[in-house]
Design a protein around this ligand. Structure first.
Ligand SMILES: Nc1ncnc2c1ncn2[C@@H]1O[C@H](COP(=O)(O)OP(=O)(O)O)[C@@H](O)[C@H]1O
Ligand SMILES: [Mg+2]
Length: 277
């Protein structure tokens, strides 16, 4: 292997042996501590400019992995390298630049928006934190550019979240996520609540944005059909562990793990190419 090859292979995100255990207090009279082993030693790499799918049933630990990357989950072991830097042990101040680079889009856009703020204020929120030097006029121009990029009319700026459809609100969230010019976006079930036709539009939008800006995605979903269209590779999670990973077309063509086969079988339009294992 020559050094050029090694350089090319260095991933944007590298997670090694990640362990997350939640502690919860249960019981009203006899208090006891319960441990939820949400992520049990997970390792994977995401190359720059690609989309990594993270699929699995509800409760399998997908969101917890996203939260751990953003230091919002109690990490019990392992490491998270971003662009070669271990980020899980950084001080809050040292992590600040990474908060600008790593953005998230969630399933329920309405829940993540203040209903009393205009779209202009919502999209500009990250700019106030990450680019405080920007003038009001620069911010307004930036917001207008972002709204255009995500396919919303310019007059959206002075309107409020309730005046938009679910798909349009997700576009607003994408604009907000893009406002700080991130390199990496965690899309946590970001199309799961939308109608199939709207899902396709948002997935296409995310893909166009990736083509234009080279953004890297971690795309979390329980729906394999969505993942197939946007992902280069995928991780299949079951009960806190990765049971299978690989290029998306290989996973589709010859799923090795029974759990992956079950998930694929749950996709209605899949031809029955799977063995009877
Ligand atoms: N804050 C928390 N406290 C205790 N348990 C949690 C917390 N968040 C998630 N869990 C548990 O961790 C497991 C994984 O959850 P999650 O990562 O949200 O799964 P997914 O996103 O795949 O649905 C589940 O059993 C869930 O109930
Ligand atoms: Mg989740």
């Amino acid at each position: 292997m020559n050094s050029e090859e090694t350089l090319e292979e260095s991933p944007l995100l590298e997670v090694n042996d990640l362990v997350v255990t939640y502690q919860a207090q249960r019981g009203s009279l006899m208090k006891r501590t319960e441990y939820v082993h949400a992520v049990k030693g997970v390792s994977f790499k995401v190359q720059k400019g690609t989309t990594m799918g993270l699929v699995g049933e509800s409760g399998s630990g997908k969101s917890t992995i996203g939260k751990a990357i953003l230091r919002l989950a109690p990490m019990g072991g392992g490491s998270i390298h971003y662009d070669g830097q271990e980020i899980s042990t950084l001080s809050d101040a040292a992590f600040m630049p990474y908060r600008k680079q790593i953005q998230t889009i969630f399933q329920d856009p309405y829940a993540s928006m203040n209903p009393r703020l205009t779209i202009a204020s919502i999209v500009a929120e990250p700019l106030l934190v990450h680019a405080p030097e920007m003038s009001k006029e620069e911010r307004t121009n930036r917001v207008a550019d972002l709204l255009e990029k995500v396919g919303l009319p310019a007059d959206s700026m002075n309107r409020y979240p309730h005046q938009f459809s679910g798909g349009q609100r997700q576009r607003i969230c994408i604009a907000r996520a893009l406002s700080s010019s991130p390199e990496f976006i965690i899309c946590d079930e970001c199309v799961s609540a939308l109608d199939v036709s709207v899902q396709a539009q948002i997935v296409n939008l995310l893909q166009d944005i990736q083509d234009e800006l080279g953004i890297t995605y971690l795309f979390i979903a329980h729906d394999l059909a969505v993942v197939e269209h946007i992902c280069d590779d995928a991780l299949v999670m079951e009960l806190g562990e990765i049971v299978e990973q690989g290029p998306i077309d290989e996973l589709y063509r010859s799923p090795q793990h029974p759990y992956t086969q079950r998930l694929l079988n749950a996709v209605p339009r899949m031809p029955t190419i799977l063995g009877a294992g």
